[in-house]
Ligand binder design. Sequence first.
Ligand code: ARG
Length: 459
Amino acid sequence: MAQLWGGRFTKETDQLVYNFNASISFDKKFYEQDIRGSIAHVTMLARQEILTEDEKTAIIEGLNGIKSDVEDGTLEITDKYEDIHSFVEANLIDRIGEPGKKLHTGRSRNDQVALDMKLYTRDEILEVDALLKELLRVILDTMKMHTEDYMPGFTHLQKAQPITLAHHMGAYFEMFKRDRSRLIDIHARMNTCPLGSGALAGTTYPLDRNYTAQLLGFDGPTLNSMDGVSDRDYLIEFLSAMSTIMMHLSRFSEEIIIWNSNEYRFVEIDDAYSTGSSIMPQKKNPDIAELVRGKTGRVYGALMSLLTTMKGIPLAYNKDMQEDKEFVFDAIDTTKGCLALFTGMLKTMKYNKANMEASAKNGFTNATDAADYLVKHGVAFRDAHGIVGQLVLYCIDKNIALDDMSLEEYKAISSVFDEDIYEAISMKTCVDTRKTIGAPSKEAMDKVIALHEKYMIVE
Ligand code: ARG
């Protein structure tokens, strides 16, 4: 057991208590951030003449030595230490002796851990954002290639009106673009430095908190030391943003699973992103999409877990907060993994345009346009709705599409129909005439795609 405290204790900690209390098994993940924070802290302490220049130099050299030894494997982070802070400090003292004992001057593990977690997640927010941007690139490239490839748009999972593959993809572009803006908001709001908050009430040393904040790339110091050590809002926001990303990935996965099914055959997931069955030789399963859909639950779980952990904690730091780490780390790794795999799957997926178009045609997705045709020829919409309803019934009976009916058959139901009905209800017309911004026509989509291209350059 290697602890940073013990002076006021007369007994050793019970081994089970020690194990229960320790966090090294998971907080070793931010050894680099812990060292980075310590280097900034001692740099400031020396500038404020709280430490000498020699002490500062010795400490920084020692810390950098620990970092490179951990990285090249010569120094192992073992559970002999209570947490990563104890590991770094104990190793520093072993290495450089007396000056090492001054590292923790004007600091508490409470502001230290608050800083480490912020530094860690701040980098991760940007990594998740970069992965989202890669996904947006693939979606946008897919949109550009398919502005005239028709497919059914659904409501209630029933074929509704024709759209294009570009339009469908464009919906996901919007979702993941909003996800990115949420991450950027969180990044801006969380970017204040808690170091210098001490245990809860600041310190009596003349710390320059603006300087440490600046050294660590923060916009400034946190303005209340109690809040500084006990704020975990940004983690909750990050988990919420990741939950939303996962929700979007999960919806998209669900659609891909449906599209890839034997019944739909709209897409084919690449062999590299599919798996087989141990018993059924014909199977090629969409496991990656299913796993992404499944892992969404883990990330939601992390959000609920931290919300629940935080809800009854009085100010300021309480040990409950140590529970913020494992779930957040897991949620980050899960979200990043899912984003990377999903992007790869999407990039290599093949689209079966003929099946998509046939499905749109055979699903009466042009029925609204047939009714609109009648309206344009003087029939009231409600009557037109009824007439087209009869056409649909007739087609279902004969197992044909509206496009397959002869003009005589049309005229038998309403004399208003004429030769131009075929043109009016073609997939091309149905889509091309929906020109308002946000609608599926090529004209509208090209405008949106141009805006997205600009966004990809600027953001
Ligand atoms: N391992 C602790 C955590 O993650 C570090 C802070 C410990 N502070 C304390 N007062 N015991 O929260």
